[in-house]
Design a protein around this ligand. Structure first.
Ligand code: ZN
Length: 258
């Protein structure tokens, strides 16, 4: 079966922004892979980096396991994600390991530069993973093709100027919400951290609220909105629209994607 790769910056990014779509894709038989650029080393007020990384990657693996997905760690560190050779290799290794049909990642405009750098690195990796002579310092052979590439919505659903992102379409994820909540609940260490640092004492409610707001955008109860990368090389037809049919609402035409 074809593989789907959701590649976020932190261990819980995917659960917040795209887990609903992944749950629905897993139900349709796709092989799901979830990758994190960093180990979430700084998502704690007091624990040593190795300890919190172990805890957070364990939580990510548990969440992925709920939908039979495989978890990957690219090897990066919090607040160090940079568009450089080391991180390009890390991102490309994941792309080559999975060789996906579809890649989902952070949007180019988001609240944290680590997210934005991850977006750029994954975008670039999705392009260069198929370049035979590019050496990523590890065995996986080049990928066979350019994958479909999509960006999920920004955290808090706005860019740093407070504007909504120009999302192309949304997927109705209503039936996936119970499991999406279960997946996010696996990240127990982050509920305490975000209450401490960001004043987000309602971790699960925040995710529910963002998913509900995106649902409102597409006229459904819950939704996840995406932007398709339409640059050169990558396929431009919307394969998620083909897969999801009437669950997919096109925000450029205002019609169901069918
Ligand atoms: Zn994050």
């Amino acid at each position: 079966m074809e593989r789907i790769l959701a590649f976020g910056c932190h261990p819980d990014d995917v659960e917040f922004m795209a887990a609903g779509a992944l749950i629905l894709l897993a139900e349709r038989g796709y092989e799901i892979h979830i990758a994190t650029m960093t180990g979430g080393e700084l998502g704690t007020p007091d624990k040593p980096a190795e300890e919190i990384r172990r805890i957070r990657l364990g939580e990510a693996a548990q969440a992925a396991g709920l939908i039979g997905a495989r978890a990957h760690y690219a090897g990066g560190h919090d607040l160090e994600v940079d568009y450089n050779h080391e991180y390009r290799r890390k991102a490309t290794r994941i792309l080559r390991e999975v060789d996906p049909l579809i890649v989902l990642t952070c949007p180019p405009m988001d609240y944290l530069p680590d997210h934005e750098m991850t977006s750029l690195l994954v975008r670039n990796a999705a392009y260069i993973a198929s370049v035979p002579r590019y050496d990523c310092g590890a065995p996986p052979p080049p990928t066979r093709r350019f994958p479909y590439l999509y960006y999920w919505n920004a955290s808090h659903l706005t860019d740093i100027f407070g504007r909504r992102l120009p999302v192309h379409f949304g997927i109705d994820v209503g039936s996936a919400m119970p499991r999406k909540l279960e997946m996010l609940a696996c990240h127990a260490s982050q509920r305490d951290w975000l209450a401490f640092h960001n004043g987000m004492d309602a971790y699960l409610d925040t995710m529910k609220d963002w998913t509900r707001q995106q649902g409102r955008q597409i006229g459904r109860e819950y939704g996840e909105c995406f932007i398709q990368h339409r640059g050169g090389g990558h396929p431009h037809d919307n394969i998620l629209k083909t897969i999801f049919g009437e669950r997919c609402v096109d925000l450029e035409t205002g019609k169901d994607c069918t």
